[in-house]
Ligand binder design. Structure first.
Ligand code: FMN
Length: 280
């Protein structure tokens, strides 16, 4: 019986598929990807920011509308303020760069306004979703580019915890929404990050048609125990993944401010003209 490849063993633990891996630096990098939360305060290599943005802009973009932008926050004061607004997440204070990725419909709104044209399509849910997808694809390209520059990253969904205060700090105009941040820095070699196991492939991969698992065991296939082992090995509180996901979405308060997203988007000038009318 062939043994699973070491990279797959790290990614799946006991559920690692015993398949051969075609060699290649991109696949190697993808399978080794992990979030870094301990950084050195050292500056980034020269022109790292521009290289990350070039990688981000190389991501596909829906209809090439390029409905995203990014604010690079490098100042200590800016990062301290963002750290406070997002937790506090203290790794923002140490790492020299935080990229705030924006769903940005303002560029097209300005272009339309200058030419005196309607852009009614901006006011629909799919257009907002398109901007969020574009921003996410761009950011993940930046994550891999950072890895290839020897840098570490961690996303910052907590940027949405206090959306108005974050928009104020970043100076974003109407029709722009900060979707998430990306903290970038040199990983602290004294506190290396480990590859976190994922659900078995059988939990996420459906062949031809979706098949809802019939019971808890088929749903997560031993992942609760796998994640508990990972948490313990990292000195983190051991918790079943099934418990973790329920806790994270327990009630509106568990969303840590993000239950106000719709209201925040309307406040930022987004419209959802396709929203069904609600009866009073
Ligand atoms: C959109 C998004 C937002 C995230 N927000 C945060 C965050 O605010 N703080 C944090 O420490 N990690 C954040 N993460 C990192 C996840 O916790 C992490 O990706 C997940 O636990 C898997 O671990 P890994 O990236 O090391 O494989 C975020 C990840 C994504 C994709």
């Amino acid at each position: 019986m062939p043994q699973p490849h070491a990279a797959l063993k790290a990614r799946y633990g006991a559920a690692a598929p015993a398949i051969p891996l075609d060699p290649g630096p991109v696949l190697d990098a993808l399978l080794a990807q992990r979030s870094v939360r301990h950084f050195l305060p050292d500056a980034l290599p020269p022109h790292a920011l521009e290289q990350l943005v070039a990688a981000a802009q190389s991501a596909p973009s829906s209809s090439n509308l390029q409905t995203w932008s990014v604010v690079a926050v490098q100042s200590q004061a800016g990062r301290d303020r963002l750290a406070a607004l997002t937790g506090p997440q203290n790794h923002l204070r140490t790492a020299p760069l935080v990229l705030a990725f924006l769903a940005d419909l303002s560029r097209i709104a300005r272009i339309a306004a200058r030419s005196g044209r309607e852009a009614a399509g901006l006011g629909y849910l799919d257009t907002f979703l398109m901007a969020v997808i574009d921003a996410a694809l761009a950011a993940q390209n930046a994550v891999l580019a950072a890895q290839s520059l020897g840098l570490g990253t961690v996303y910052l969904g907590a940027l949405r915890n206090q959306p108005e205060a974050v928009a104020d700090l970043l100076g974003t105009p109407a029709h722009v929404f900060p979707v998430f941040g990306l903290v970038v820095g040199r990983p602290d070699p004294a506190r290396p990050a480990a590859v976190k196991p994922r659900l078995p492939q059988a939990s996420v991969l459906h062949l031809e048609r979706y098949h809802a698992p019939a019971d808890a065991a088929a749903e997560t296939g031993g992942y609760d125990a796998e994640l508990r082992r990972f948490q313990a090995s990292e000195g983190l509180p051991p918790i079943d993944w099934s418990q973790l996901v329920i806790d994270r979405l327990r009630d509106p308060a568990a969303l840590k401010g993000r239950h106000r997203l719709y209201e925040a988007l309307l406040g930022a000038g987004f419209r959802f003209d396709d929203a069904p009318a609600t009866s009073a």
